[in-house]
Design a protein. Structure first.
Length: 124
């Protein structure tokens, strides 16, 4: 074998059969909330951004949804609001200024760069 060559793997009938018969996990279909369900979820969210277990169970029964669907809806709604606010936490700003972190497709603004530089200068 020459340098840089990889050893060949032997394919067997068993491996081939396993590959052919492997059934990929099916994704759960996206939940299509009704207009009434969405209105109720939005009203509940306006009252409180976080649900207690009891409120989640009550909403589940009221709306005919499972608790996981309600929990995920609230998580997604909070994430959407956080993203729309455009506020970044100080650690994220500092890491972005150093080029170590950027999950956003939007570059740092001048104010954010200055804030990150100030944090870095203060050793934060």
């Amino acid at each position: 074998m020459l340098f840089g060559e990889r050893p060949r793997t032997r394919r067997t009938k068993v491996k081939d059969e396993l590959i052919r018969t492997a059934v990929p996990e099916e994704k759960r279909p996206r939940t299509a909330f009704s207009i009434e369900q969405l209105a109720r979820l939005k009203r509940e969210f306006a009252e409180n951004k976080y649900l207690t277990e009891q409120r989640r169970q009550a909403l589940s029964k009221e709306l005919g949804l499972n608790e996981a669907q309600i929990k995920i809806w609230f998580q997604n709604k909070r994430a959407k609001i956080k993203k729309a606010s455009g506020q970044k936490n100080p650690l994220a700003l500092q890491l972005m200024a150093q080029g170590l972190y950027n999950h956003s497709t939007v570059p740092l603004s001048k104010d954010e760069l200055e804030q990150a530089a100030e944090l870095q200068a203060n050793g934060i």
